[in-house]
Design a protein around this ligand. Structure first.
Ligand code: AMP
Ligand code: TRP
Length: 323
């Protein structure tokens, strides 16, 4: 049976990019025959020096969204990274199989060290991510396109470790949805949609009201033509809207183009906005129905299994490396 692992940082409100690029895939995989671990990676988030007084609230909110999105909990464990210290222990062992040059070449390292200064946490971030994946010996990792490089690095680490000792870790594969793997900001379609976009109107947050969502889509940046055509090079804004619409209606880009052949940009923007509103509405209702107590007991219920799995791997790895 395959094992799936993925993670999300509790660094603010969950947005449409997280949902379409990653979490929706987690939901699909959770309905397959597999063992799944979905982790709120609070230790990773420390690289951006978040406000400690907001941390617990952000973790709770993130877990509530995961539950509301419909992850099947029969075969899925949801947990908080810092509750399982084996992630960090394994990370240290793996760091001996990773080159400093490789870490310096990571796009996210370059971007983040420009913003935050290059401390060692941003540099070694991908090794902790490799440890997250390998602590349960996962073979499948559903993530958005921005994580491709990190997954490649994890695979390199696995190959080196296995060559040095014994064929122990599986080679994990990245999985992405067919569309929506890289949603762009509605205001700056050259940049990906993110939790911390400078222009908040570029990001659709999980808890935006209907009016806010429609307003953000109406004011989304497109181009001066009036042709609804998927062209990622020359028409980034409209392509992003087509991507969102096609993902949520399970249609091809071509079918969306045909459907809106005679529509104006203004009409199309409202259609996409309304699609997103209808998609988020049931998720938000479920979210509102969950109490903090529900989340605390979920975490308690899931943690024993997670700890057993992590401890087993760590015991085996310790024996392999001789410590
Ligand atoms: P983060 O919010 O950076 O912790 O990301 C959590 C998950 O959402 C990861 O799998 C990311 O690849 C995915 N993700 C984040 N932003 C986007 C985006 N704009 N488009 C698609 N996927 C995204
Ligand atoms: N680096 C991922 C992000 O920024 C989050 C993450 C941490 C992750 N550990 C992971 C994703 C392990 C997949 C698997 O989005």
């Amino acid at each position: 049976m395959k094992t799936v692992f993925s993670g999300i940082q509790p660094t603010g409100k969950v947005h449409l990019g997280n949902l379409l690029g990653a979490i929706n895939n987690w939901v699909s995989l959770s309905n397959e025959e597999s063992k799944n671990y979905f982790c709120v990676v609070d230790l990773h988030s420390l690289t951006t020096h978040p406000d400690p007084s907001k941390m617990q609230e952000n973790i709770q909110e993130t877990i509530k969204v995961l539950v509301s999105s419909g992850i099947n909990q029969k075969n899925s464990k949801i947990y908080i990274q810092s509750n399982v210290p084996e992630h960090v222990q394994l990370s240290w062992i793996l760091s001996n199989f990773c080159q400093i040059g490789e870490l310096q070449r990571m796009t996210q390292f370059k971007e983040k060290s420009d913003q935050l200064g290059s401390h060692a946490g941003i540099l070694t971030y991908p090794i902790l991510m490799a440890a997250d994946i390998l602590i349960h010996k996962a073979n499948e990792v559903p993530v958005g396109d921005d994580q491709t490089q990190h997954l490649e690095l994890t695979r390199n680490i696995v190959e080196r470790f296995n060559n040095a000792y014994t064929e122990y870790f599986p080679l994990p594969e990245k999985t992405s949805g067919k569309a929506g793997a890289r949603l762009m900001s509605l205001r700056h379609p050259d940049n990906k949609m993110s939790k911390s976009n400078d222009d908040l109107n570029g990001t659709i947050y999980f808890d935006d009201s209907k009016d806010e969502i429609i307003k953000k889509f109406k004011s989304s940046v497109t181009d001066s033509e009036n042709e609804i055509k998927f062209d990622i090079e020359n028409k980034k804004g409209i392509s992003n809207l087509i991507d969102i619409y096609s993902t949520l209606h399970d249609m091809s880009h071509e079918d969306v183009e045909i459907k809106f052949k005679n529509s104006s940009y203004g009409e199309f923007k409202i259609e996409v906005g309304e699609t997103v509103v209808s998609y988020l509405e049931p998720l938000r209702e479920k979210y509102e129905s969950l109490s903090d107590g529900d989340i605390s007991s979920l975490i308690r219920d899931h943690l024993d299994d997670v700890k057993d799995s992590a401890k087993k791997t760590m015991d085996e790895v310790s024996a392999i490396v001789g410590v």
